[in-house]
Design a protein. Sequence first.
Length: 180
Amino acid sequence: MASLFLDRDGVINRRIMDGYVTRPDDFVLIDGVLEAMAVFAKKFDRIFVVTNQQGIGKGLMTEGDLEAIHGAFRREVEAHGGRIDRIYHCPALKSEHSFMRKPSIGMALRARRDFGDVDLRRSVMVGDTESDMLFGRRAGMQTVLVGDEPDLARRNPHLVDLCFPDLVSFARYLEKVTSE
């Protein structure tokens, strides 16, 4: 079953440089994300968000704060014709080397366990960092790099299958190639 795994900060919402999204007001969607999510709902059997959230581990926010952010986001996605089957997050600090933290594949394996129909070899990981691309590649997925780091694809061509400026460009590409 074809599944889509999406990174959050820098892919779905604007990344706060040297900071964290700690409340719903800080969670600002990147232009075109709601349109993209509606397209993905038609193209993929499962849609997951996989996100490292060490702000929790640092004590800058709580699990409840994160649930409020994600709840508001999910409601907005659903109101615009999209869906998210599950959001997985890892609150561990980078220094803890948690198997659940990208680039380790714990969140992908949890999705496969939680949804028995997930086939990671038929899945796609969309992210904006090398860590996201490593996560996807290690889990056996196709990888899509979005954002303003196309240089990463040139430096590591073995990690990146496709490259787009943003999520909505990838969604429009999918619409075009699947309608031909």
